[in-house]
Design a binder for this molecule. Structure first.
Ligand SMILES: NC(=O)c1ccc[n+]([C@@H]2O[C@H](COP(=O)([O-])OP(=O)(O)OC[C@H]3O[C@@H](n4cnc5c(N)ncnc54)[C@H](OP(=O)(O)O)[C@@H]3O)[C@@H](O)[C@H]2O)c1
Length: 278
């Protein structure tokens, strides 16, 4: 909500942001609304959706909410239909909702939870792009951003299902970018560690150590990611598609900064089960 977008650069457009009741998704919804877009926000908890919509409207935004899981195809139909019914169009789609379950060594992973991870983190994104394409984007154009993770560049402790599904989402981004051009631009944003509930089990109690190991000296805030998404869905990035924009405080280049060991992996190793597994 604190982002400072180019004034009204999304005026008259409509955005659908999944997983937008808190954290990065809520910051994205606020940034897009602040730039003039009407926004549809989704999440599973209806109270969270209601509160997010109320907060956006209090800030002067045009906002509507749709509660349900992105793993449910009927919910995705409802979200798309709501955007078109409420605002008359669907120009922007941000696939942000995700799960980090099953967490732990892959030899102990429950195959049903593994399948669910792919339903939430990958399949829902494709289904929503298909729906948005048919409802609006094929004819009128649009922009899609998929929220991946900095962690897809290599393997990490206990995050095999999350990393594998996010790597698939990054590949899906590139494939769709090629297939849907020139009508629709499809890009990814890959955040490093950001101060949200999903990642609380990583940063809480270790933030100072983690920050000291990052070239830019701090963990991320949801608005850091929201500003990148805003740029990628705006006309400022009109010649950018298929990109994976790292927003990670220098996490990937930390070896050259000589800032020491990677405290995020130490935290992941030390956690057997995060309290929150969205
Ligand atoms: N935080 C980080 O350090 C970090 C780093 C890299 C990438 N990311 C990515 O950033 C994105 C946002 O994560 P976050 O950290 O902001 O998480 P968060 O604070 O836990 O928020 C997650 C949001 O998604 C919703 N959600 C979860 N599962 C859902 C489902 N199945 N269907 C619909 N909505 C769902 C949650 O609401 P309900 O619980 O009510 O459904 C909530 O609104 C994710 O794609 C995540 O992988 C985060």
């Amino acid at each position: 909500m604190n982002s400072r977008p180019a004034q009204n650069c999304l005026e008259g457009r409509t955005a659908l942001v999944t997983g937008a009741s808190r954290g990065i998704g809520f910051a994205i919804a606020g940034a897009l609304a602040g730039a003039g877009a009407g926004v549809v926000v989704t999440a599973r908890d209806p109270d969270g959706v209601t509160a997010a919509v109320a907060q956006l409207r209090d800030a002067g935004a045009r906002a509507a909410g749709c509660a349900g899981s992105v793993a449910d195809p009927a919910h995705l139909d409802r979200c798309t239909a709501l955007a078109v019914r409420e605002f008359g169009r669907l120009d922007i789609l941000v696939n942000n909702a995700a799960t980090n379950a099953p967490y732990g060594p892959l030899m102990e992973a429950d195959p049903d939870q593994w399948r669910q991870a792919f339903a939430v983190n990958v399949e829902a994104a494709l289904r929503l792009v298909q729906l948005a394409w048919r409802a609006w984007m094929r004819e009128h154009g649009g922009a899609v951003v998929n929220i991946c993770t900095e962690g897809t560049h290599g393997a990490g402790p206990r995050v095999g299902a999350y990393g594998t599904s996010k790597a698939a989402l990054r590949h899906l981004t590139q494939q769709l970018a090629g297939e849907l051009a020139p009508a629709v631009r499809v890009n990814a944003v890959s955040p490093g560690l950001v101060r949200t509930e999903m990642a609380r089990f990583v940063w809480e109690g270790a933030e100072r150590r983690i920050a000291e190991g990052l070239p830019l000296g701090r963990i991320g805030e949801p608005d850091d990611v929201a500003r990148a998404v805003l740029w990628l869905v705006s006309d400022e990035s009109a010649w950018v598609t298929g990109a994976d924009l790292l927003v990670d405080g220098g996490t990937r280049v930390r070896a050259a900064a000589g800032t020491g060991s990677y405290a995020v992996h130490d935290q992941l190793r030390a956690t057997s089960s995060p309290e929150r597994s969205p």
